[in-house]
Design a protein around this ligand. Structure first.
Ligand code: ACO
Length: 329
């Protein structure tokens, strides 16, 4: 029996209104537009308002995806949310989004795989559709990372931004269209390189964890950089060649937006000319699980992602985890 294919039926995105430029950050941090721009490619990012959490951003992206698909919230069988800045440890942010959009009672759960989360969530949603257990799955990458950042740490504060992107997965109908496959992996040896140490069962919240600033994201930037410049091209190549295709067949490459230098290294290793590689990191920074759907939406609006295109998406992040998805749009 052939596997039932899933396709992305629609994309919807939302970013908070507030724009924070590199110059704005330089007012309170020992940094500069020149340093941030040349080291990361980031010029500005969106920052969520006080009281605006990941589920609020995710719900708006979800509404827009459903509107684009002319679907109703009540038609959903399942909502999967990927986030490293969930509203709470539990209940799942997917459950909160379900309530906010009035979806009724679809299954709802979160995936924790840091910036790779969107690709893992896509793989989970695709599997539910392929097995016939669901027909309409909403996959949401929703991030209010700014709430997890130590704004006095210039090494991390300049990198991240907030936003959300949602895709509606449905069974594919056209010949050859839809998700072709995935490459997923994780190296636990790198677990300490990128984490939010306290607030879980290892280091429960205490006076010490608060005064030790352990409730903020921590990162060994150089190690993560080294990992990313290796894994993005390896994973991307595995998923393309593993399905009997060539890198030349790829029409558009959408990598996770963490650093333009990581994207450039990967593109060079994979032999992609700049026109095939999509990036919007300049305007949004690293929005973690939202970065790939934000790119999908923009690429489609700009006419750079068309029906029939072979699209390659690759994410990486804490774990250290990675994931690639290959799809015929
Ligand atoms: N402004 C000015 N100077 C800075 C800043 C800043 N914002 N941040 C660091 N510096 C300084 C450092 O203190 C250091 O100074 P020193 O030489 O006097 O010690 C110097 O700049 C160089 O620092 P490096 O860390 O070596 O800079 P690098 O070129 O490696 O760039 C960066 C740092 C941008 C963080 C890079 O390592 C990177 O992008 N790493 C990968 C990050 C990443 O992908 N994270 C997301 C993973 S996805 C997820 O799961 C969340």
């Amino acid at each position: 029996m052939t596997r039932r294919r899933a396709k992305v039926a629609a994309v919807g995105t939302y970013v908070p209104e507030r724009v924070v430029t590199n110059d704005d950050l330089s007012l309170n941090l020992d940094t500069s537009d020149e340093w941030i721009g040349t080291r990361t490619g980031i010029r500005q990012r969106r920052i969520a308002a006080d009281g605006q959490a990941a589920s609020d951003l995710g719900a708006e992206a979800a509404r827009r995806a459903l509107k684009a698909a002319q679907a109703q919230p009540g038609e959903l069988d399942m909502i999967i949310t990927a986030s490293l800045s969930p509203d709470m440890l539990f209940p799942a942010t997917a459950s909160l989004i379900s309530g906010l959009i009035g979806a009724g009672s679809p299954a709802a759960f979160d995936i924790s795989a840091a910036c790779t989360g969107f690709i893992y969530a896509l793989a989970a949603g695709e599997s539910f559709i392929a097995s016939g257990r669901a027909d309409k799955v909403l996959v949401v990458g929703a991030e209010a990372v700014s709430k997890m950042i130590d704004w006095s740490d210039r090494a991390t504060a300049v990198l991240f931004g907030d936003g959300a992107g949602a895709v509606l997965l449905e069974p594919a109908s056209g010949e050859g269209e839809g998700i072709i496959g995935f490459d997923l992996g994780n190296d636990p040896a790198g677990a300490a390189e990128l984490s939010l140490p306290a607030g879980g069962s290892r280091l429960p919240a205490s006076q010490e964890t608060v005064s030790g600033r352990q409730h903020f994201l921590r990162m060994n930037g150089r190690e993560v950089f080294r990992f990313a410049t290796r894994i993005v091209s390896e994973s991307a190549r595995r998923v393309v060649e593993g399905h009997g295709l060539r890198m030349e067949d790829v029409d558009i490459f959408i990598p996770h937006q963490a650093n333009i230098r990581i994207i450039d290294v990967a593109a060079r290793k994979l032999g992609f000319e700049p026109g095939k590689v999509f990036s919007n990191i300049e305007r949004y920074g690293n929005t973690s699980c939202a970065s790939i759907p934000l790119c999908l939406d923009e690429a489609e609006r700009q006419g750079r992602l068309r029906k029939g295109d072979l699209v390659l998406m690759t994410g990486f992040g804490a774990g250290l985890s990675w994931g690639s998805c290959l799809a015929r749009w």
